[in-house]
Design a protein around this ligand. Structure first.
Ligand code: FES
Ligand SMILES: [Fe+2]
Length: 361
C-alpha cells in the first residue's frame, strides 16, 4: 500500500551530523507560514504554527515528492498543519500525516495514517535565530544543546547580512578564519592600510567543540575599533559545525557579530552574519554604512573563495603553513575528533591545546 525510500544523505559529503545548524532568522518565518531552505544538501521546510512555535520538516511530500513549502500552513482541528499543494495531504509539525483528502470514509478508517510521515528535525529558537538539528539518526534526540552565545538570550537582532559562496563549507570556514589573507583581500582604507601590516601574537585556547582567540585589546591598527575608545576587549570564538562569534566588549556593553557558515550543498555555502549590540555609540553610525562595510568585507572573501574554485577544480595538493594556518588545522582536527566521537561512542576530545600563534598581517 505504501512504500518509503531511504532518505539518508551520502556519508562522504564532508558535512558533520549530530550538530545544530543555522536554519533561518526567526522573524523571516511568520506565524502560520513556512519557508524553504536547502541545508546539508537536504530540502528543509522551516515553519511556524499559528501560535508561534517554530518547526522543521523534510520539505518533500511523501506522496509524490513536491516541496511541501509550496503549499500552506492551515489550521485544522485546532492544530497547525502543512497542506501539500498537489493532493492536499496534511502533515503535523512532528511530520506525521494528519489527513489524505482523497480517501473515502471507510478507506480512511482502515488506514493507519501515522505510518506515513516526512522527517521532522529538532529546532531551537534563540537570539532571534532558528537552529535546526541534523542527526545522523533521524529519530534520535539531540546529543548536544543548541548553540550558546555570551549575550542575553532576548538580545535584539540589529542587522543581518547574507552571502553565498560557491564552495564546499570547509573552504568557506578556513577562508574566513585565516589571518594571512587580510592584507591582500581586505585592503579598504577604513579597515587597515598596507602600511599597518606587522607581526602579531595572539593567544588561543580550547572552548566547547572549538577554540577561542582569547580576550585581548583589539589591534590599534584598526580604525573602526578606535571609534569606541576606552575599555575594550575582543574575543573570537569558533565552534563546530561552522559558527564564529566575534565579541567586542566595551565595559558592560557589547557589539557582537555572529557568523553562521552553513552548507547549502556540496558546492554552495550560505554565510549569515547577525549583528547584536547595546552600545549607544552605535546609533551615531548610519546602519547603511555598517551594512555596506560588512557586505564589502564578506564580498571580498566570497570573491576570493569563488576564484579559488577555478584552481581547486584541478584537485591540487594543498598546504597548511605555520602559525597562520593553525586555525585551519584545528578545524580539520575538530571535525575528525567529532566524527570519531559520533561513530565510536568514545568521549569527544577537543584536539586544541592552549597556544600563542604568531604571524604577520
Ligand atoms: S504530492 Fe503531496 S499530496 Fe500528492
Ligand atoms: Fe576575510
Amino acid at each position: 500500500m505504501t512504500e518509503t525510500a531511504p532518505t539518508t544523505a551520502p556519508a562522504d559529503d564532508g558535512f558533520l551530523r549530530d550538530l545544530w545548524y543555522f536554519g533561518a532568522i526567526g522573524r523571516d518565518v511568520k506565524p502560520g507560514k513556512a519557508i524553504h531552505r536547502e541545508i546539508l544538501g537536504e530540502p528543509v521546510l522551516i515553519g511556524r504554527t499559528h501560535e508561534g512555535k517554530a518547526f522543521a520538516l523534510r520539505d518533500i511530500c511523501p506522496h509524490r515528492g513536491i516541496l511541501l513549502s509550496t503549499g500552506q500552513v492551515v489550521k485544522r482541528d485546532g492544530e497547525s498543519q502543512v497542506e501539500c499543494p498537489y493532493h492536499g495531504w496534511r502533515f503535523r509539525p512532528d511530520g506525521g500525516c494528519a489527513a489524505i483528502p482523497s480517501l473515502t470514509a471507510d478507506q480512511a478508517a482502515a488506514m493507519d495514517l501515522s505510518k506515513i510521515r516526512t522527517r521532522s528535525y529538532p529546532v531551537a529558537e534563540r537570539y532571534g535565530m532558528i537552529f535546526v538539528y541534523f542527526g545522523r539518526d533521524p529519530e534520535a534526540e539531540p546529543c548536544v544543546p543548541p548553540p550558546v552565545l555570551d549575550i542575553p538570550e532576548n538580545s535584539k537582532i540589529r542587522m543581518v547580512e547574507t552571502d553565498i559562496f560557491n564552495c564546499h563549507v570547509d573552504h568557506a570556514v578556513i577562508g574566513l578564519m585565516d589571518p594571512a589573507h587580510i592584507p591582500y583581500i581586505h585592503r579598504q582604507w577604513w579597515w587597515r592600510s598596507a602600511k599597518s601590516v606587522h607581526e602579531k601574537a595572539k593567544n588561543f585556547g580550547p572552548v566547547e567543540r572549538g577554540f577561542s582567540m582569547l580576550p585581548h585589546k583589539p589591534s590599534a591598527n584598526s580604525y573602526v575599533y578606535r571609534l569606541f575608545g576606552g575599555q575594550r576587549q575582543t574575543e573570537i570564538r569558533f565552534e563546530l559545525p561552522g559558527l564564529r562569534t566575534e565579541y567586542l566588549r566595551l565595559g558592560e556593553r557589547h557589539v557582537t557579530g555572529f557568523t553562521a557558515v552553513t552548507p547549502t550543498n556540496a558546492n554552495k555555502t550560505t554565510i549569515t552574519i547577525v549583528m547584536y549590540w547595546d552600545v549607544p555609540a552605535m546609533a551615531v553610525i548610519p546602519k547603511a554604512l555598517i551594512s555596506k562595510g560588512i557586505r564589502t568585507f564578506v564580498g571580498q572573501d566570497r570573491d576570493a573563495v569563488n576564484a579559488q574554485q577555478k584552481g581547486l577544480a584541478y584537485n591540487p595538493q594543498l598546504m597548511l603553513i605555520h602559525d597562520a594556518d593553525v586555525q585551519a588545522k584545528w578545524y580539520y582536527k575538530l571535525k575528525t575528533a567529532w566524527e570519531k566521537h559520533r561513530t565510536t561512542g568514545e568521549p569527544f576530545r577537543n584536539p586544541v591545546k592552549p597556544a600563542t600563534l604568531r604571524w604577520t598581517s
